[in-house]
Design a binder for this molecule. Structure first.
Ligand SMILES: *Cc1c(COP(=O)(O)O)cnc(C)c1O
Length: 402
């Protein structure tokens, strides 16, 4: 993705007769783009930090290129807003942030399995997540050969059934890890599987409650250990729903970007959505009643209509499953999308907004004046989730940071 500030738009162009001319490369806002409000992210981090209180650390989760917002931008804004550390999914994501000059602790949430990757993580001062003794031994060997301790976090599976060691085997595993002299185990964590659902007032019904109790049991068994560990469990949903899930650190992704985990999720926090998806009208058409529009003619005009062709499609991250279901805003007026969403284009019915001009900007997601178009709304229409919607804007859309 391009970032406007980084583009040198003046380029030398060599003509057929060998002379050179200065030409401009395309304006990143000429077709379709993503706008990221870095101040909103900074503010959301501040709101979240304030909410969790001074005894709890805030990890900003910036995996998948910062949920489609640009990991470098998001990381810097979150740290300015008070985040203490960063979470990424992969080694490459961590290295990218180090290359961007970020010095804070960075935890890799995925599992690195081979010595090369773990060595790289060691060299870049990235903290790997360990789920078993196999990787712990590799880490120990790496550290021994380099005369420096390898800081790791241990993951415990309390019911997600993904990464993490069995919660009944933690005590034994840690006693083994503690015998590995070159490892410095600094953190222990688990991940919630269905935290979007509430804790249901302490009853045993909630699975989050079961996970919490399993995690607490593990911690109790470890209380005899000399060195204390950074304990963390909550994602955004856990963070927002109950302070008993906070422990020493929370790992927030979605809420940092200004979104709540579910439609019915309630929160008094003043979070600001940071992302806008915008595109320009490339052609305006006047058509008669009964005309088929786009691939498959899924839509036929019900009246004499004015249509706007807009240069954004599923290759840019707008799912084809949303065809004929969404609306966009032009100057705060909603216009319906009609016909099939194609790879690069889609059509809007602007009959009721007839003053629309070629080149005019539509907002597909985010705020436009009084209108707010939410990713959650797209999810309700397409069966997706906000996380997936946000990280689908990649590849082709330039990103403008404001
Ligand atoms: C992605 C991720 C998070 C952040 O989850 P959100 O629901 O976006 O807040 C936290 N912890 C782990 C382990 C993750 O993979």
């Amino acid at each position: 993705m391009l970032s406007m500030t980084k583009i040198n738009r003046s380029q030398k162009f060599v003509t057929f007769d060998g002379t050179t001319e200065n030409v401009m490369s395309p304006d990143p806002q000429s077709r379709a783009w993503v706008e990221v409000d870095s101040k909103a992210i900074e503010n959301n981090a501040r709101v979240l930090k304030n909410f969790i209180g001074k005894d709890c650390l805030l990890m900003a989760v910036v995996k998948a290129d910062g949920y489609g917002h640009g990991s470098e931008t998001v990381a810097k804004s979150a740290l300015t807003g008070g985040a203490d550390s960063l979470g990424v999914a992969t080694l490459e994501e961590g290295i990218q942030l180090r290359n961007a000059g970020l010095k804070c602790p960075i935890l890799i949430l995925g599992n690195l399995i081979n010595a090369e990757e773990l060595y790289s993580s060691f060299c870049w001062d990235l903290i790997p997540t360990i789920s078993g003794i196999r990787e712990a031994i590799i880490c120990n060997n790496i550290a021994e050969n380099n005369n420096k301790k390898f800081v790791i976090h241990l993951k415990v599976d309390t019911g997600m059934t993904r990464l993490g060691c069995d919660c009944n085997e933690v005590e034994e595993l840690i006693s083994k890890i503690d015998c590995l002299e070159n490892i410095s185990l600094k953190g222990i964590y688990s991940h919630l599987a269905i935290a979007e659902k509430d804790l249901e007032n302490n009853t045993q019904i909630s699975f989050t409650w079961i996970q919490l109790n399993r995690f607490k049991k593990v911690l109790k068994d470890l209380s005899k250990r000399n060195e204390s560990l950074c304990r963390h469990l909550a994602n955004s949903a856990g963070t927002l729903s109950d302070s008993r899930l906070h422990f020493d650190m929370v790992r927030v992704g979605l809420s940092l970007y200004g979104y709540l985990p579910l439609n019915e999720f309630e929160s008094d926090l003043n979070l600001t959505p940071a992302l806008k998806v915008r595109a320009r009208v490339t052609l305006i058409r006047d058509v008669e009643k009964g005309i088929g529009v786009g691939y498959g003619h899924f839509f036929k005009t019900q009246r004499k209509s004015k249509l706007a062709v807009v240069a954004i499609g599923y290759a840019d991250g707008v799912s084809r499953t949303l065809s004929g279901k969404i609306s966009a805003s032009i100057d705060g007026v909603l216009v319906p999308q009609v016909g099939a969403i194609a790879m690069d284009q889609m059509v809007f019915d602007i009959t009721d907004k007839p003053d629309t001009k070629t080149g005019q900007v539509l907002t597909l997601l985010g705020t436009d004046g009084e209108v707010f178009l939410s990713p959650q709304h797209w999810c309700d229409l397409s069966g997706s989730i906000p996380w997936e919607v946000l990280c689908s804007f990649r590849n082709r859309l330039p990103r403008i940071v404001t």
